[in-house]
Design a protein around this ligand. Structure first.
Ligand code: ADP
Length: 268
């Protein structure tokens, strides 16, 4: 083939070639119902490598369900999820256990309520996924876990139990636990909304550092200022659809859609 033939999809001039190889996560037509309640209508989203997508929108609009479908914690009813061109699931037919496990392995979730195991120490919480699920060598994972705990200022808490920690400390353990899984994609579900106001800043700063280091992320958040600063793209979700998405400044300051405007107006 002529190397500059624009009709050759693999050729160097194919318009989408760069964008496609860059995409870490591609979601098309994702649908999810709980009984008669269709909570995701047809979600389309793309996250490039090193990009941060913030999902904003009213309570009950489907944001958490999007994250849970991405992580295989909920099974979508239709549509496709592709991670790095390596794991591709079409939910038109139910995935096998192996396919779901492959999807789960690509991302790690940080939960609103931290979801640490209450009867395990901080270190045991971090080791659980990599050692038990991923079956990586315990000494190697332990060294990595201790370095991560040190990074977030929690080395001295390695043998403490979650109830002995503040909310901010527990959430930093939640983030370390996610990082220790070495995921390609970090998923944050309102990571600061259970925290006392004075503890929010530390956790947001840590997430921002991770974004600057190049981690790819999807973050559900009500912290609009944080979204504007850290996200590379903001998507406004309402009624199980992405109503509008784009540059954070544009979506948050000059939204095109009336529904986005109303939502932002209520928060100001
Ligand atoms: P958001 O994160 O935007 O607040 P969610 O994704 O949590 O929204 O919820 C979207 C809708 O799905 C809500 O109406 C919620 O009640 C419903 N829902 C979420 N999880 C379940 C579930 N496990 N069973 C039944 N309904 C659910």
């Amino acid at each position: 083939t002529d190397p500059i033939d624009p009709t050759d999809p693999a050729g160097p001039t194919a318009p989408d070639a760069a964008a496609q190889s860059d995409a870490l996560l591609r979601v098309r037509g994702l649908k999810k119902s709980f009984g008669p309640n269709q909570v995701l209508q047809s979600i389309e989203l793309t996250v490039g490598r090193g990009q941060v997508l913030a999902l904003i929108g009213p309570s009950g609009s489907g944001k958490t369900t999007i994250l849970r479908c991405l992580n295989g914690l909920e099974l979508a009813d239709g549509g496709t999820i592709d991670v790095a061109g390596e794991v591709s699931l079409d939910f038109g037919t139910p995935p096998t256990k192996k396919q779901l496990a492959a999807l789960r392995d690509r991302s790690a979730m940080v939960f609103q309520h931290y979801n640490l195991f209450p009867h395990k120490t901080v270190l045991e919480n971090v080791l659980e996924g990599p050692v038990v699920v991923q079956r990586r060598p315990k000494d190697e994972v332990t060294a990595e876990a201790l370095a991560l705990l040190d990074r977030v200022g929690l080395s001295s808490k390695r043998d403490s139990y979650p109830f002995e920690l503040s909310g901010g400390q527990q959430q930093r353990v939640g983030i370390v636990r996610a990082l220790a899984l070495r995921p390609q994609l970090l998923l944050f579900d309102e990571p600061t909304s259970s925290l006392d106001p004075e503890l929010v800043g530390d956790v947001l700063r840590l997430i921002k550092e991770l974004a600057l280091e190049g981690w790819s992320m999807v973050i559900v958040t009500h912290e609009l200022e944080f979204a504007r600063e850290v996200a590379t793209e903001v998507a406004f979700v309402d009624g199980g659809r992405i109503v509008e998405h784009g540059d954070p400044k544009q979506v948050l300051r000059h939204p095109k859609e009336e529904r986005t405007r109303q939502f932002l107006h209520r928060l100001l």
